[in-house]
Design a protein around this ligand. Structure first.
Ligand SMILES: Nc1ncnc2c1ncn2[C@@H]1O[C@H](COP(=O)(O)OP(=O)(O)OP(=O)(O)O)[C@@H](O)[C@H]1O
Ligand SMILES: [Mg+2]
Length: 248
């Protein structure tokens, strides 16, 4: 679904020097996979997602990405402050010209899934950070993209809220029992190793800038997963340690 070969991105730096932000990087992500990327700050994680989302063009290398434009959940707060919660989640459907009745059904359903049914008419400034991220999650999901790119969506949240949102994301992605064929392809950037292990089928580690993939760990935990229970599994500790070693 996503294939990158020797993907490289340079930016113009100070005094006319070119700064390499990413790569050359190779990446292969299958349809329906949930892949997490961890890496040091500034190694090019956001740049990689922006390239895959088509917001930047590669300097060199090849990139192929399914048939649809992926949806990107930006780093930080990405809600639209001038729209209500309902309006935020409805936005991608409006863009696509979905009729009102259909929009209403889809938005109401997604708001229920993320626990925001009672806040449809609220504006983002009236919400907590966790609630805003729930809006972003519902908005990404309502668009029903083949590929969902998430850039540290829970990075700014307290531990308890982060765990709750991981749980909700897993529920959304895993879907009703017996429906793994309809799973979205997710590329999820995080700086938290425990989050990567709780969510991903695979965890990729990027080197310091210019980022490349330096390590891959397959996450063996069965689904549906419980992000809290997982932490009691001795294998969780071992894999976390292994990932830490490769980040150092
Ligand atoms: N538009 C731009 N122009 C110039 N340099 C840029 C631009 N965007 C990113 N960079 C540079 O590319 C490098 C990688 O940035 P990027 O935002 O991808 O890192 P990151 O891994 O997402 O970091 P963080 O974990 O802090 O979010 C940085 O050195 C940054 O300064
Ligand atoms: Mg970033």
């Amino acid at each position: 679904m996503i294939v990158a070969q020797q993907l490289t991105k340079d930016f113009p730096g100070p005094e006319g020097v070119t700064v390499r932000a990413l790569g050359p990087l190779d990446l292969h992500i299958a349809s329906g996979e949930f892949v997490c990327i961890v890496g040091p700050s500034g190694c090019g994680k956001s740049t990689l997602l922006r390239l895959i989302a088509g917001l930047e063009r590669p300097t060199a290398g090849a990139l192929s990405v399914g048939s649809q434009t992926p949806t990107l959940v930006f780093q930080g707060d990405s809600t639209f402050p001038w729209l209500t919660v309902y309006g935020n989640v409805e936005y991608p459907l409006r863009l696509r010209g979905v009729p009102e009745k259909e929009r209403e059904a889809a938005v109401t359903h997604k708001l229920g899934l993320v626990g925001l049914s009672g806040f449809a008419e609220a504006y983002p400034y009236q919400l907590s950070g966790g609630m805003k991220q729930r809006v972003a999650l519902a908005r990404a999901w309502v668009a029903d993209p083949e590929i969902l790119l998430m850039d540290e969506p829970f990075g700014a949240l307290d531990e308890q809220t982060r765990m709750a949102l991981q749980h909700e994301l897993l529920r959304l992605w895993e879907g009703p029992q017996g429906a793994p064929h309809s799973r979205k392809t997710v590329l999820f950037v995080t700086h938290a190793i425990d989050e990567a292990l709780a969510l991903g089928d695979r965890v990729l580690v990027m080197s310091a800038a210019p980022g490349r993939i330096v390590k891959e760990v397959r996450v063996p935990f069965a689904r549906p997963r419980d992000a809290i229970q997982l932490k009691r599994d001795p294998l969780f500790g071992e894999l976390a340690y292994e990932l830490w070693q490769s980040l150092k």
